[in-house]
Design a protein around this ligand. Structure first.
Ligand code: GDP
Ligand code: MG
Length: 435
């Protein structure tokens, strides 16, 4: 998809404005690219019509080329189409019950394990319940996963009634202090009436706070039809899109959301238990667009970065007066430029490299609260901050002494480096004068 979109957008580049002609042909190419990516034709048409309307009305700013503006419009529309904001799973009740549905092979059992690990990591005690009564191997599969992640699995191999098993599982959870029950169910190869009735009955009997529909993103258009059938019967709360690690074109994400009007909540990107991500519409749009958009990174950076501030800071660095007020100011600037992950995603190649690295958007929080706990005097004269003051800062900022020490060291290193840079530039300047 990305190369096709690239081509469509490239034809716009170098043009001075978004005119009717080039929009029409670009939009047509975008539509074709979306359909090729498994986006439902109707959905693709709707979204490209919107893109067209949006693009026609825009004046091209001097700073951006029509191509760049078009990318932005497409990106915004795709994000919107996938729901705009991230939607969280609802875990409510004692115990909270999450019911999984979907076709056989869609990745339910694997996801059940991942979700259990995810919930365990967030500090709640989950129980997995094996309700796939048709394949004895399915129970074993869940047990193996459970063992791997250290989560208990409830099963009744001799009982063939999934309604009873799920109810018994919930009762077991109550008795044993499990806070979240995840119910893995059976799936057939194709949607069939008996299976639908069965999972409907389970849902009615246990009243889950969250019913998730698990779907293989590789199945393209079929995924949309299956989603529709399941939603008509189950009125599920959210979608889990699996196997996005493969050759999946992501188009299913667009269409499902648009057709069933239910949010995608998780994406599954591998067979390993860690390969689970929350679903962020904007990131998915970026994935579908498949490009590292350096230009908009630069634009955003320029827009937000106050040049005067930069000059002021430079002067302070030159005079070796860089203090915690400046440090805090720099942090604000970085934050203003946007979400760290988004920024990284815009650097070509970086998104791939950073895929497995967790970038914490709140990484700056402790640093900020430490600096905010400093007195005015401490901020401008960091050398005052001795051991007892450090203890006070840790207590005042809700951090610990190691974090305060780490920050102080980081800050000292920074100042040292600045001093060295100053020395170097002074000697260079001196030599230049001599010459
Ligand atoms: P179920 O029948 O719905 O319970 O599906 P399973 O959880 O048993 O998964 C079916 C197959 O797909 C298994 O071989 C899984 O290892 C594999 N699988 C599940 N999720 C993913 C995923 O996100 N990526 C990849 N590559 N494989 C997956
Ligand atoms: Mg299964």
């Amino acid at each position: 998809l990305s190369t096709k979109l690239d081509r469509a957008i490239k034809t716009l580049k170098g043009q001075g404005s978004i005119s009717e002609i080039n929009v029409a042909s670009t939009v047509k190419e975008i539509r074709r690219a979306l359909v090729d990516a498994d986006v439902n034709y109707k959905v693709a048409k709707e979204v490209t019509d919107k893109i067209k309307d949006e693009a026609m009305g825009r004046e091209v700013l001097t700073a951006v080329s029509p191509g760049q503006l078009m990318v932005k419009i497409v990106y915004d529309e795709l994000t919107e189409l996938m729901g705009g904001e991230k939607q969280d799973i609802v875990i409510k009740g004692d115990p909270a019950v999450v019911l999984l549905s979907g076709l056989q092979g869609s990745g339910k059992t694997t996801f059940a394990g991942k979700l259990a690990a995810f919930i365990k990591k967030s500090g709640r005690n989950p129980l997995l319940v094996a309700c796939d009564v048709y394949r004895p191997a399915a129970i074993d599969q869940l047990k193996v996963l459970g063992e791997q992640i250290g989560v208990e699995v409830y099963s009744e191999p001799e009982n063939k009634n999934p309604v009873e098993i799920s109810q018994n599982g919930i009762a077991y959870a109550k008795k044993n202090g499990k806070k979240v029950v995840i119910i893995d169910t059976a799936g057939r190869l194709a949607v069939d009436e008996q299976m639908m009735r069965e999972i409907e009955q389970v849902k009615r009997a246990i009243n889950p706070s969250e019913t998730l529909f698990v779907v293989d993103s590789m199945t393209g258009q079929d995924a949309v039809n299956t989603a529709k059938t399941f939603n008509d019967r189950l009125n599920f709360d959210g979608v889990v899109l699996t196997k996005l690690d493969g050759d999946s074109r992501g188009g299913a994400a667009l269409s499902i959301r648009a057709v069933v009007e239910k949010p995608i909540k998780f994406i599954s990107t591998g067979e390993k238990m860690e390969a689970l991500d929350l679903f962020y519409p904007d990131r998915m749009a970026q994935r579908i667009l498949g490009m590292g958009d350096v230009i908009s990174l630069v634009e955003r950076a320029q827009q937000q970065f106050d040049e005067d501030e930069a000059k002021r800071i430079n002067a302070k660095i030159r005079k070796n007066q860089f203090d915690f007020n400046d440090f805090l100011g720099q942090l604000e600037q970085i934050k203003k430029m946007g979400n760290l992950k988004d920024l990284v995603g815009m650097i070509p190649g970086a998104a791939k490299m950073m895929k497995d690295v967790e970038i914490d958007d709140d990484a700056f929080k402790p640093v900020e609260s430490i600096i905010k706990s400093m007195t005015k005097q401490e901020r401008s004269q960091p050398d005052l901050i001795n051991a007892s003051r450090r203890r006070r800062l840790a207590a005042g900022s809700g951090t610990d002494i190691q974090q305060v020490n780490a920050l102080m060291k980081q800050f000292e290193d920074m100042r040292k480096m600045m001093r060295q840079m100053n020395k170097m530039s002074q000697t260079k300047g001196g030599m230049a004068q001599m010459a």
